[in-house]
Design a protein around this ligand. Sequence first.
Ligand SMILES: *Cc1c(COP(=O)(O)O)cnc(C)c1O
Length: 452
Amino acid sequence: MTKLIFERPIIQQINAGLPSKYGMSHKLEPISHIDNVSIKSLIESYGSPLFIISESTIRKTYKNAFRAFSSRYPKVQFAWSYKTNYLNAVCNVFHQEGSWAEVVSGFEYDKALKNGVPGDLIIFNGPDKSREDLAKSIKNSSLIHIDHFDELYEIISLTKEIEVKPKVAIRVNMDTGIYPRWDRFGFNYENGEAWDALNRIMANKKLDLLGLHTHIGTYMMSTDAYKIAASKLAELAVRLQQKHGHVLQYIDMGGGFASKNTLKGAYYPGTDTTPSFDDFAEAITSALMSSEIKPDNLPLLILENGRALIDDAGYLAGSVLANKRLADGRRATIIDAGVNILFTAFWYEHDIRPVEPVSEQTEDTTIYGPLCMNIDVIRGNIMFPLLKKGDQYVIKRVGAYNNTQWLQFISMRPNVVLLDANGKPHLIRKNETLETINSQELTPEHLKNFDL
Ligand SMILES: *Cc1c(COP(=O)(O)O)cnc(C)c1O
């Protein structure tokens, strides 16, 4: 008989579910179903880990956001932020709901066109628009949001070659009381650069100045910042009318509303602290309505929200690979989804739950991903039930930025399924395989063989 390996005994407080002098226990309710579809059955059919996106949640969230704005302001238009989640099926749900497309690269621009978005309903943002991108978007009558003077001059030079008059807006950055300030995109308001750019555009006459744009940051918790931003854009609009007799067609307030995820280090959960769409809408529309813009000239209000519209609709489900004790006796649970596919684990304390009811006992646990990298931590510390190898977990609110920022690193990116309104699953992005990766690689002839 082989001798058993000695394991150092440890004493660890286990939370057994009863209230103690520290208050109620931290019981994590299991989540077994999404839109009445069993997560276990989805993992059986599509593998582990697996992204699951709820179409009903997207539509419900969108309708709620649209109602918040359109009930307060006469003309409202949303434009879906492609970089937040540009899986075509997801984009098309937003387009079916009425959203235009908001893109920040030539690649995203082409993706929107291919999805069938008419060129004149694509908003082209960002500092990286090549001459070819600009030429194409001018010909398509897309809305080009100019980021810097070099881009303005490039567009002006293109007007000599292209018959179509470019439709432009400028992006404006400003002090909204949020620091660090996002002043690297667009033209600054306080130092007069934005006003300078507007005057140059008006003087040129070859450009069609349609609007003003800002995007003040991301995961913004302050509705006041939007109020300040909207007032400053309204003031520019008024000055344009006073000096040039020019009436703008739209004001685009960008995106950036916080989702209900909890930021790392936050004291209260995001579900308690994130302002609602109504709160943001009240701040923005009251700033526009009470500005000096004449009621007949009120511009179309465009919103480019990403995160707040899609985060709730995305789930990441998978399986526990192992449990172990760290050197100090701390419990560690290793799951099959790492930070390479859950990039937002760097910012958020993600809400992770067991899929099936497990023991009432919880213990302070670190949840690691499967990567051979020290940074691969999904939750640094969480009172977590004692899941066993093979048990399943699900992580809530992962719809924003993960399906675009994920990396093929050490392991492959998994399947993504969309549950339609009837709960029918549709595979919307296939998992990668070795062939996917190798198809992009070329091995020089002299490196094809070796003898070991
Ligand atoms: C990223 C981005 C958005 C969307 O931001 P969210 O924080 O996801 O709402 C909107 N507009 C611009 C210009 C962006 O760069």
